[in-house]
Structures are given as C-alpha cells and as structure tokens.
Design a protein around this ligand. Structure first.
Ligand code: UD1
Length: 339
C-alpha cells in the first residue's frame, strides 16, 4: 500500500482528498494543527471510507513537530501540502502570520522530503497568482501578476521556492495545482466546509443565509464589466478538485511528467457571475435567498475563469459534477451543521 502524507488533511480540501486517496488504496497520514478544522473530521472521513487515517496534531510550520511525526511513520513516498492560512482579508491585517505559516510550512515540508526520501509533492496553489488576467479563459502561461494580498503573495513565493528547490534536487517531482473557487461538500453529507465566524467566502455565506443564520447576503458590487455587473468566478466542485490531486499524484508516480515541476489550472472552464450562482442555488435547492447589492469589496477582481485544456489532456482530469449538484451538496452540509 502506497503511503502518502497529507498536510492540512482535516481541512475542507484536504479532507475530501483524503477520502478519494483512501478509496483508491492509499495509506493516508494526516498532519494538521486543527487551527481551522475540527478533530471530528477524522472520524467522519472514517465513516465514509471505513478506514481511519493516521492522524498527528502537528503544526507543519514547526519543523520539529513535522520531523517527529515522520520519524514515527517511515516509508512515505508522496506528500500533498494543503496546510496553510487562507483568508485574504485576515492576511492583510496579520501579514506576518501568513508569511510565517505559509512560508515556514512549505520550507519544512521540502526539508522533510529530502530528509525522509519523499519523492512527490502536490502543492495547493491558487488562481490568485494570475491577478486580473488580460486574456480569458486564463491558461497556465498567463503572466503572474503582483499579488493583491499577503495571502496571494505567499502562494506566489511558494511556487518560486518549489521551483528553486526542484531545480537542484534531482529525483524530486512537484505539481502545483492552481485552484479556482472550490465549493460544495461530500455527497455523503459527512464532511464539508467549516467556516469559523462570519464567512468571507460566497458559498458559506449563501448557505448560512438560506439557513437563517445570516439575515441577508451582500452582493459586492454590480457595476463590473460583466453581463449582469457582478464578478465572474470559476466554481469547482470539491470532489472534482480532490480528484485532480489523485491525477497529479498518479502522474508523478508513473513518471509521466514533462518536467519535474508542472502547473495546472483546476477549474471547470466555465465562469458564473454572483447573481447566476445565486439563481442556480435557488433553483437547485428550492430555497429563496435574501440578498442585496452593496458596494464593491476591496481587492476583488472582475472576472476570472480557467482554461483547463492542459489539465484535461495531461492529467486526464476533467470537472464532472454539475453545479446544481454541487450546490445541493453544500446545502445538505449546511443543514446538517445547523442541527
Ligand atoms: C479569493 C481568491 C482565492 C482565494 C480565496 C480565499 C481570487 C480570484 N480568488 O477568492 O484565490 O483562495 O479568495 O478566500 O483572488 N461575494 C459576495 N458576497 C459575499 C462573499 C463574496 O458578493 O458575501 C462575491 C465576491 O465579490 C466574489 C465572489 O463572490 O465576486 C467570490 O468570492 P469569494 O468566495 O470570497 O472568493 P474569491 O474572492 O473569488
């Protein structure tokens, strides 16, 4: 059984990826400091797969903690590195927290790869590296633009660190997946997103409003240059996204990479405006959403969606879950959380 380390495996994207890995026969080792997740997630993963992943409460940004865990669990061949802080607004308020967690975390993971002979790395990157692209849909060759937040900057710096590391460490491979907007929840209703406090992201805000936890959804601006004036994003189902990680790991394991470091967009290839997403949610769930248009949110870009040709061709991966199903899963998860 192939052993794989998943940092941040109790988080939203991490937990869904662990499920897919286990269902394909990987032995999964999770490290997570539980700063933005809940230990119940580990039990809920086991409810879905009937396999309890090995779990260590480890802060990857603390080298001794990570190395201590890996000493106890030899033979790991690959790592998927999710563990990071991810709130754009908070990163503006607390930049050093973001640089410490996200930069130290990656450096420790890379040092651990050398020390413990881990060959393959999948890194969680973001379409935020493209800023507002000039040409849409955006391809992997589009220019990287100056980051709009410390969070976005950490993703860019992380990609650069991986680039420099891979250049001088023969035999180590990496794939950076640039996620668009991950949404939804597992169809089992057992795992999903766990926003703490007032959600910053659109879907948790929508589902909490639908559930009556929030009074009204604020739509941030309708004066953008888009068909209905609201910003366009590429919303990717969380299980589809999880499966992109499996494809990336398989590609490295099978030696199919064109170069030791590759980048892939992970999106659907379709852009939706905020209002289109709201109406898809209402249609999918039958719940009417209370919303109002307010001013723009600082730092928001107007429109971005992915060209996914490279991922489709090279990874043999394609988004499959229809948006209505994704939104129904998100709603089912919200209703379960509210109980
Ligand atoms: C951004 C980043 C993404 C990052 C994510 C983490 C870009 C393109 N994407 O996503 O890389 O991982 O933050 O948080 O920079 N909206 C509302 N009302 C709300 C919430 C959101 O109208 O209450 C709108 C936003 O204006 C935006 C869309 O919904 O147009 C999506 O917003 P959100 O879910 O926060 O994600 P991004 O900002 O696209």
């Amino acid at each position: 059984m192939k052993k794989i380390l998943v940092t941040g495996g109790a988080g939203f994207i991490g937990s869904h990826t662990v499920v897919e890995l286990q269902q394909r026969g990987y032995e999964v080792f999770i490290v997570d400091n539980l700063s933005n997740s809940n230990p119940d997630v580990i039990d809920n993963i086991a409810k879905i797969t009937d396999i309890k992943p090995v779990f260590g409460k480890v802060d990857v940004a603390v080298k001794d903690e990570l190395f201590g865990f890996l000493k106890q669990h030899p033979g790991i061949e690959s790592v998927i590195h999710f563990a990071a802080s991810k709130a754009v607004g908070e990163s503006v308020e607390q930049p050093l927290k973001y640089y410490r967690n996200n930069i130290n975390g990656l450096i420790n993971v890379l040092e651990a790869m050398k020390e413990f002979g881990i060959k393959n790395l999948v890194f969680s990157s973001s379409c935020t590296v493209y800023g507002q692209p000039e040409k849409l849909p955006v391809t992997e060759n589009s220019p990287i633009q100056p980051a709009l937040s410390p969070y976005g900057n950490t993703k860019q710096i992380n990609e650069e660190i991986i680039h420099d590391f891979i250049a001088v460490n023969k035999g180590i491979n990496s794939i950076c997946l640039r996620y668009f907007n991950p949404i939804g929840a597992h169809p089992s209703g057992l795992i999903g997103e766990l926003p703490i406090g007032v959600p910053a992201n659109l879907i948790p805000y929508i589902t909490q409003t639908a559930a009556g936890i929030r009074e009204c959804l604020s739509v941030f601006g309708n004066d953008y240059n888009t068909p209905d004036g609201t910003p366009i994003r590429d919303y990717i189902d969380i299980v589809d996204l999880a499966n992109a990680h499996i494809a990336a790991i398989n590609r490295m394991e099978q030696g199919k990479q064109k170069s030791a470091l590759e980048f892939f967009n992970v999106g659907t290839g379709n852009g939706l405006t905020v209002l289109q997403l709201i109406s898809a949610f209402e249609k999918a769930t039958g719940v009417k959403l209370n919303y109002k248009i307010v001013g723009r949110r600082a730092g928001d870009i107007e429109k971005v969606w992915a060209n996914t040709d490279l991922a489709n061709k090279e990874l043999g991966w394609k988004a499959q879950v229809p948006i209505e199903e994704t939104l129904r899963n998100a709603w089912r998860w919200q209703q379960k959380l509210a109980k």
